[in-house]
Design a protein around this ligand. Structure first.
Ligand SMILES: *Cc1c(COP(=O)(O)O)cnc(C)c1O
Length: 377
């Protein structure tokens, strides 16, 4: 069976975890500090705060952006549900806007239509690693005095107009879940160019504690901490950070290898006219966290039939990105909401296996199985 994805982890990551355990410092400490410096440098951001996952990263970003009860935050429905949930945690309301079918990313025109006097922020997702049009949303944010927060869970290493995702906005959130391009088991980051946000997020992720464990540990004088505000335990551990440091060093190579496979798929499927392949416009560079194909109306096979046939032939696939407004958790409050572009894209797209190392034989099997099941017999 060819899996949909696999994290790329080696003896090097295993040894880093092993060695860290033996230092005796296993939760947030020196390895986390080192990983933060390296992650900020990589993403071309001033500061990076390591946290337990991207969902907690998004929650902290919402808090420092000042989002709270009574506010509205515009985000795509077609995204992993954590996007909308992070808005909910603050007591604010997620307002779902449409996507552009070609890129699955938020549509700035539809977003503008949904801005009200209650709108406080836009949560922009770079879907499956393909950057959204950040400039268009920065313009909207300026025009209506909104905060722009990026959900870059899938987009570490992607670039927009020559600069790394993480460097463009005040608050950009990343995931290190195994389904993403690099992983620490679970893990997340917020990058920011604002010192005040940076300092507050470091407090909030560790119970609002004024002096962290490491500073107390290293101090020759007795010092007591104060808890300045009600915070959270959203820490990353040093074991995870040690693994992450090794992963980050390989990221550019991982992306290069992923792109070779994605471009190969593009090339092998370009003659099939009932599908739409991923589109990477000039100035956009994707890490290909996922490779998604849209099945047009004239496709001889339905998406679900195609998934079953490919599974029968030993190739696992996934449905396209979900829509949040049709999930049970949101169904009631979204009764009557229709998002035809998002629903259509979600229901008619399929994600193909893409991981490294992927053998030549496996790549060819995916190509052959996809072609033989999508083309009319
Ligand atoms: C995966 C994902 C998340 C959640 O990331 P976790 O690290 O698992 O919390 C949030 N938003 C998007 C768009 C994602 O793809």
């Amino acid at each position: 069976m060819i899996p949909i994805a696999k994290p790329y982890l080696t003896e090097e990551e295993a040894k880093a975890a092993h060695d860290t355990i033996l230092t005796g410092w296993i939760t947030q400490g020196p390895r986390v500090a080192e990983f933060e410096e390296k992650f900020a440098a990589y993403t071309e951001a001033k500061f990076a705060v390591a946290v337990s996952n991207c969902t907690t990263a998004l929650h902290l970003a919402m808090i420092v952006a000042g989002i709270g009860p009574g506010d509205e935050v515009i985000c795509p429905s077609m995204s992993y549900i954590a996007t909308a949930n992070s808005i909910k945690y603050t007591g604010a309301k997620p307002v779902f806007a449409e996507i552009i079918p070609e890129t699955y990313n938020l549509d700035p025109v539809d977003t503008e239509k949904r801005i009200t006097s209650k709108t406080k922020a836009i949560l922009l997702v770079h879907q499956i690693g393909m950057p959204a049009d950040i400039d268009a949303f920065q313009k909207l944010a300026e025009k209506y005095k909104l905060k722009l927060i990026e959900d870059a869970a899938c987009a570490v290493g992607s670039t927009y107009k020559g600069k790394k995702i993480g460097s463009h906005s005040e608050l950009v959130c990343f995931s290190l879940h195994p389904r993403k391009v690099i992983s620490t088991g679970d893990g997340g980051f917020i990058t920011t160019n604002r010192e005040d946000y940076y300092q507050r997020m470091k407090l909030l992720r560790q119970h609002g504690m004024s002096v962290n464990d490491r500073v107390r540990h290293e101090s020759s004088k007795v010092i007591f901490e104060d808890h300045i505000e009600v915070g959270y335990n959203y820490r990353m551990t040093d074991i995870q950070a040690a693994v992450g440091i090794k992963q980050l060093a390989k990221l550019d190579w991982i992306i290069q290898e992923r792109r070779k496979i994605a471009l190969r798929y593009n090339d092998m499927f370009k003659d099939i006219d009932c599908i739409r392949l991923p589109i990477e416009k000039e100035g956009y560079f994707s890490n290909y966290q996922s490779y998604s194909i849209y099945l047009k109306e004239n496709c001889p096979v339905s998406r679900n039939e195609l998934m079953q046939k490919m599974l029968d032939a030993g190739v696992s696939t996934r449905r396209g990105i979900m829509t949040s407004h049709r999930e049970t958790a949101y169904k009631n409050e979204c009764a009557g909401l229709s998002l035809p572009a998002s629903e259509n894209a979600s229901d008619n797209s399929i994600i193909l296996p893409l991981y490294i190392p992927m053998t030549e034989k496996d790549i060819q099997t995916v190509i052959d199985v996809f072609r033989s099941n999508i083309l009319p017999k």
